[in-house]
Design a protein around this ligand. Structure first.
Ligand code: SAH
Ligand code: SF4
Length: 398
């Protein structure tokens, strides 16, 4: 859905499916699949049952071929195979961090790339999913915003990120005991509310009781502040909300999160007030990236508390140490400063934990996305080539 106005993006949609013209089954809701089966001649009475069977194989057993769907007759399997595809994006790079974080660089049908990151904790496993290739919003401290190529991911491509992670984590056959991806955060590349329809569709497939069946309470959508879409997100998707605040006065926020020029802090916080379903046990998360000398003073901390109290928001604050990238004008605040900021906010009764960076060794932390990993791969390759050359040289010398 396009939002009119100068700051809003004209985003390319994905190229239609693959050369074989088959439909990717992962992006279809149960109703859509059922409808397509009826159109293809499956009797209406059978179509609901077939849909449930197919979903069971795909989302509970992880099969990627219709031939493996043992309880479906051969004829129907052939029909399914002629209409649909159960594909996965190509994993062009998978990196495993020392701390258990896994980062997948994925390539879609049209050659576009996006990342998904899995972050294991003691009591949960969180998958950070991308909603767009690149991002149009150019937040000054975010590397994704510097990427040129931007397009919306389709519902299929969003659901597929989850399936790739589940394959890699050996989640099949899926069960409540075996679940590794227990939570989802829409905090990868892109602004999810600029790709509302596809994000909504994908999350409904992920939440469906016959599908992956992830509770909406375990899903968080992060927005930089697309105010006109926030209420709809709450009503039509109903997941937890995170807001990228990052500054407490409009002058600073205009600079670091430029969408603020269109939807300033006051409008953003009013939209938060209207977000349905929030209360003390279901708070809105305010993300706050700590930028040295920009937004990290005691005054900023107190203003943050003042704002959240003024709007009477059930809120928690996540303090994110800034992850630097080459060419960035910003630096991360010192640990002492971050700790002092956190303590000040806590002292005023608002939870403000410091989010420890994960997967830094594989460039998987917030804002260290695709182009960075490509550079890393390139530099690793150069280092390897150099090592080979040196070994060769040594051999020749011997
Ligand atoms: N586009 C969405 C979600 C993706 S970014 C949004 O902006 O909310 C997830 C979080 O990481 C956001 O709060 C974002 O502002 C923050 N972030 C981006 N780049 C960062 C960096 N280099 N260091 C720390 N946090 C960063
Ligand atoms: Fe886009 Fe979010 Fe990065 Fe801003 S912080 S450029 S909205 S991905």
């Amino acid at each position: 859905m396009q939002i009119p106005g100068p700051i809003d993006p004209i985003v390319r949609e994905a190229k239609p499916a693959s050369p074989d013209e088959k439909i990717d089954i992962l992006g279809l809701s149960r109703d859509e699949l059922k409808q397509k089966l009826i159109e293809a001649g499956v009797p209406e009475k059978q179509a609901g049952m077939r849909t449930s069977q197919v979903w069971g194989w795909i989302y509970h057993k992880g099969v990627t071929s219709f031939d493996d769907m043992a309880n479906i007759s051969k004829d129907v399997r052939a029909l399914l195979g002629s209409l649909f595809r159960i594909s996965r994006p190509e994993i062009i790079d998978a990196q495993y961090s020392e701390d258990g974080t896994r980062k997948y660089l994925l390539k879609f049908n049209d050659g576009s790339e996006a990342e998904a990151v899995y972050i294991p904790d003691e009591d949960r496993g969180t998958l950070c999913i991308s909603s767009q290739v690149g991002c149009t919003l150019n937040c000054k401290f975010c590397h994704t915003g510097t990427q040129r190529l931007v397009r919306n991911l389709t519902a299929n491509e969003i659901v597929a990120q989850m399936m790739v992670a589940r394959d890699d984590l050996c989640e099949w056959p899926a069960s409540s005991i075996n679940r590794k991806v227990t939570n989802i955060v829409m905090m990868g590349m892109g602004e999810p509310l600029y790709n509302f329809d596809n994000v909504k569709k994908a999350l409904h497939i992920i939440m469906d009781k016959e599908g992956i069946q992830l509770s909406r309470r375990r899903i968080t959508l992060s927005t930089s502040g697309v105010v006109p879409m926030m209420e709809r997100a709450g009503k039509e998707i109903g997941v937890n909300l995170a807001v990228s605040l990052h500054a407490v006065d409009n002058e600073t926020r205009d600079e670091v999160v430029p969408i603020n020029r269109k939807y300033p802090i006051e409008e953003l916080l009013e939209a938060c007030q209207k977000y349905p379903g929030t209360h003390n046990s279901r708070r809105i998360t305010f993300e706050y990236t700590m930028l040295k000398g920009v937004n990290d003073s005691d005054k900023d901390a107190l203003n943050l508390v003042r704002l959240l109290k003024k709007y009477d928001l059930p809120a928690k604050v996540n303090l994110i140490p800034f992850n630097p990238w080459p060419g960035t004008p910003y630096e991360c605040s010192s640990w002492d400063r971050i700790r002092a900021f956190s303590e000040l906010v806590f002292a005023k009764g608002i939870s403000a934990p410091i989010r420890m960076p994960r997967g830094r060794d594989i460039m998987a932390a917030c804002g260290q996305l695709k182009s960075e990993s490509q550079k890393l791969r390139k530099s690793q390759q150069i280092a390897l080539d150099k090592e080979k050359q040196e070994k060769k040289g040594n051999k020749n010398a011997n």
